[in-house]
Design a protein around this ligand. Structure first.
Ligand code: AGP
Length: 366
């Protein structure tokens, strides 16, 4: 059942392993291969309405916010609508301008996060339209929204979110595909994304099969006092979520930076004591990312690269490789090994994996 660890040492590990099936449930009945689009009846929006938005604003807290950043990237790429994510906890306090032609999307696994609920209520008070991307059916945020999508990822017990993060990213890919196909995304590109989405569950299985190697790497890196996580564009939300996961469950200090920003300050921190996890998909930014790795290695910073092709050992002494999907969908897969990395770092340091100190599963207070 969802409420026991099913033979796994912790709920966190169980939920990481559930992802091939939880993703299948998020996708189920929603990929329309015939018309190369996504079926999302719950959005309560016809094609004309879906075309009318000029901007998308995504709100959530913590990992839900980071998945929103990944979602914003997907929506801009596939639908070519300016899209941006913001922490709901900040948004609600800054008297935001609510625009009639902006589509607001609230993200929450629990559906009970107070800051996110307050943001939704503020948008509605000012006449905005809000969709929910929520896991828990009938939760406060789901009830407050004008429509949306349930993740159907199943109950998430561990305080650190994994399967809900991945399913939220899948939900955003479906929303981006749908918004793209009522605008200018071609049927051929739609078909490419449909096929890519359908391949994800098996590709997650392939990544999970590398568990032993990832556990060894996590044990090796866990004794450092801190780690840097970097990525560019598609890799950036992946780096942020990877750092968040490591902090939450292992208490190792982790800082995430866009790889392009290192030279504007944090490069001063780089040296043999501060390893970098670099998220480096084999996309049009590969060369730029490899240059960054060279800059880190020149300061003798250890590098663990997560990407598609094994790098020159001079640029990264360690690498975790994931299967390639479509470039727009690759970030979803690049995040999976970082969950196992955080889990095994926490185990190596004997942390309370499922209930990290100072944290609650859902923050229902201000
Ligand atoms: C995730 O690992 C965290 N525990 C936390 O950031 C969480 O994602 C955040 O509090 C939002 O929760 P929600 O998705 O239930 O709204």
């Amino acid at each position: 059942s969802s409420y026991d660890t099913g033979g796994h040492a912790h709920f966190l590990l169980k939920e990481i392993h559930e992802q091939p099936t939880s993703v299948e449930r998020t996708l189920s009945g929603r990929v329309d291969e015939r018309f190369s689009t996504a079926h999302l009846g719950g959005l309560n929006m016809d094609a004309r309405e879906a075309r009318a938005f000029t901007r998308v604003k995504i709100l959530g807290c913590g990992s839900a916010y980071y998945s929103g950043e990944l979602g914003a990237q997907l929506i801009e790429e596939l639908a070519r609508i300016p899209a941006h994510a913001e922490p709901a906890s900040e948004f609600r306090y800054r008297n935001p301008v609510i625009e009639a032609d902006t589509l607001y999307i609230a993200v929450s696994q629990s559906g009970e996060t107070y800051d996110t609920l307050a943001a939704v209520q503020e948008i509605k008070r000012k006449g905005g339209r809000v969709l929910g991307v929520v896991n828990t059916v009938g939760s406060a945020i789901a009830r407050e929204c004008d429509g949306g999508m349930y993740l159907h990822a199943g109950p998430e017990i561990s305080v650190a979110s994994t399967k809900a993060f991945t399913s939220t990213s899948i939900a955003f890919a479906l929303i981006a595909l749908h918004l793209g196909r009522v605008r200018d995304l071609s049927p051929a590109d739609g078909r490419r994304i449909c096929a890519g989405l359908k391949a994800i569950p098996d590709q997650i299985r392939e990544i999970l099969a590398q568990e032993k190697e990832i556990a060894e790497l996590a044990g090796k890196y866990a004794d450092h006092p801190g780690m840097m996580f970097v990525g560019r564009v598609r890799g950036w939300p992946v780096a942020r979520e990877g750092a968040q996961k490591l902090k939450e469950v292992s208490y190792v200090h982790a800082e995430a930076y866009p790889a392009s920003e290192l030279k504007h300050g944090p490069l001063a921190l780089i040296g043999p004591d501060l390893p970098t996890v670099a998220v480096v998909p084999d996309d049009e930014l590969l060369e730029k990312n490899l240059t960054t790795l060279g800059e880190i290695r020149a300061r003798r910073g250890p590098v663990l690269m997560v990407g598609h092709t094994r790098p020159d050992p001079k640029l990264a002494e360690d690498a975790i490789l994931v299967p390639r999907n479509e470039p727009e969908l690759d970030p979803i897969l690049l995040g999976i090994p970082l969950q196992l990395f955080a889990y095994y770092a926490a185990v190596a340091l004997e942390r309370d994996v499922d209930k990290p100190r100072n944290l609650a599963k859902s923050v229902t207070v201000e």
